[in-house]
Design a protein around this ligand. Structure first.
Ligand code: AMP
Ligand code: ZN
Length: 112
């Protein structure tokens, strides 16, 4: 989508500090980290939010989760980490290209 900042990160027209990329996804450092390690993981295909997932596009999400252990290990998150998805206004979603926050590098407070 032309006006989507995460699609622009995918096509390289907005810079990002990438930690992982393949043909289906990109993982990069969040601009406003909420933990010592804060990565944003996105599919290369535009899906607005978790609310738009279905049986056809959900393999893009499965692929991201299949790479989480490798990405976490590469970042030294040996003590654990949290993966978060904000869906919609009530959850505070600000970028409407589905993404998963990978947070770690310290003992995280209880969130749910
Ligand atoms: P959410 O509130 O779940 O929609 O999260 C969007 C996240 O994207 C926020 O944590 C922002 O700090 C982050 N973000 C927005 N623009 C960029 C960017 N250009 N590069 C890296 N992270 C970004
Ligand atoms: Zn997009």
């Amino acid at each position: 989508m032309s006006d989507c900042i995460f699609c622009k990160i995918v096509d390289g027209s907005i810079p990002s500090k990438k930690v992982y990329e393949d043909d289906k996804m990109v993982a990069f450092y969040d601009l406003e980290p909420q933990a010592p390690v804060h990565i944003v993981m996105i599919p290369k295909t535009h899906i607005a939010s978790a609310n738009e997932l279905d049986e056809h596009n959900s393999p893009a999400v499965a692929h991201i989760f299949s790479k989480v252990p490798e990405i976490a290990k590469s970042l030294g998150l040996n003590g654990g980490y949290r993966v978060v998805n904000n869906c919609g206004a009530d959850a505070g979603q600000t970028v409407f290209h589905i993404h998963f926050h990978l947070l770690g590098g310290e003992t995280l407070g209880t969130m749910v």
